[in-house]
Design a protein around this ligand. Sequence first.
Ligand SMILES: [Zn+2]
Length: 203
Amino acid sequence: MKQLIFITFILAFPSLLSAQSSEEYRLLMEQRRRAELMRTLDSAVALMEDGKHEAAEARMLYVLNNIRSVPSDLTFYFGKNSFYLKKYKQSVDWLSKYLQLKGTSGQFYSEALDLLRKAENEVRNEQKKEVEKAKQILSTSYEIDCGPSGKVMCPICKGTTVLVKRGSFGNHYSTCPYCDKHGFLTCDEYNKLIRGELNPREQ
Ligand SMILES: [Zn+2]
């Protein structure tokens, strides 16, 4: 009986040993791989801070696609980088994820919140633009004839030359930055305006 136990032990031990070491080896390799991915992430963040957002995104995607569990910081960095790439929906998605993950205690809480609000605004603007684009297809495809006067009443201030912003502490009035002092645009300015190419005057 003793002998049998001994033989069983001898037979089992090497495989036990190798099973254990292969598990250790696997863990070690995984740690190395994660460390390598974290270095890639660091380099991606450096690229982002350098304004190289496309390259940063490629590296962040590589990390996202290869790491077992996504570190919460990466959700922030990816959301932030997406914002600078003008991928606003993507940005909202990842920044929200970061805020959900870390709450108010996150290292990047205020920056994430600030960027999220901006990205949400941009998403809303994009939605508005989609509507305007659909409406503008006809007007933007043609040079609009403004008639013999060559002038058009400013559609921004409706010819009043004054813009009114309603606020909770009363209205704020400012001079319309698009038209002349009589509330008119030249035909050229008007055509630029409907194409979204007329820049407001600096005030
Ligand atoms: Zn005006």
